[in-house]
Design a protein around this ligand. Structure first.
Ligand SMILES: [Zn+2]
Length: 225
């Protein structure tokens, strides 16, 4: 079968939700709270996936307002909208459409699959629905933005499909602290496990974000040099 592909050692998949410049950099149009902390943990999780051959499924949100912009025009814009270190060299990305076509052995041939999303709920996108429903993985490990919207919809949809879900609580960004807390509680009640990035990726002294130019991120960078 098409997607009996994940034979990765521990059969884990990293689900990388909307780790895009517009929501994670201070200069972005819709930046999350605590972006520096969240970004540092996202970076560490990506490093973990890279060095452990963990397949990465990434979603990229295309807001309706941006329809027709460079971002929605083809696949290159999609990759370009992501934070640099959330991109693996060997990736494939798709254009937004209602197709459910997926190449054979997708996750065997590519380390990272980047899928456009035109709505907050990933399961409203036919191709994402198909991929996530068919991937056989022991564990889906979630990070990204926004906790109270896309991350929550992803987690609840996966749980509904009887998948094991882990949320990396320090690698998810939120717009509103209380809404995010409520959303996490709901995911946990439905069966998701909440844990910190160090439980999976170990600890490191990496606090450098290295993608954002704001004062807070620069100050940390200066301290470390
Ligand atoms: Zn910053």
């Amino acid at each position: 079968m098409l997607l009996q592909l994940i034979r990765a050692r521990r059969r884990q998949v990293l689900v990388d939700i909307n780790t895009q410049r517009d929501v994670l950099l201070a200069a972005g149009s819709d930046c999350v709270r605590n972006h520096r902390r969240v970004l540092a943990h996202i970076r560490r999780m990506m490093a973990w996936a890279r060095s452990n051959d963990i397949p990465v499924i990434s979603t990229c949100e295309l807001p309706a307002a941006k329809e027709g912009s460079a971002l929605t025009n083809g696949k290159n814009g999609l990759a370009h909208s992501k934070i640099g270190y959330t991109l693996l060299d060997n990736h494939i990305s798709f254009s937004p459409d209602n197709n459910t076509d997926l190449p054979r052995d997708l996750l065997r041939r590519y380390r990272q699959v980047i899928l456009p999303k035109r709505c907050p709920d990933p399961f409203d996108e036919p191709r994402i629905d198909r991929l996530l429903s068919e991937v056989r993985a022991g564990e889906f490990i979630l990070m990204g933005t926004m906790t109270e919207e896309a991350v929550s919809a992803m987690a609840l949809g996966l749980l509904q499909r009887h998948k094991n879900v882990k949320i990396i609580v320090d690698a998810v960004g939120a717009r509103d602290h209380n809404d995010a807390k409520m959303a996490l509680r709901k995911m946990e009640a439905k069966g998701a496990k909440l844990l910190e990035s160090k439980k999976i990726a170990g600890t490191s002294h990496l606090r450098i974000v290295g993608a954002c130019e704001c004062d807070s991120c620069r100050r940390v960078m200066a301290k470390q040099n």
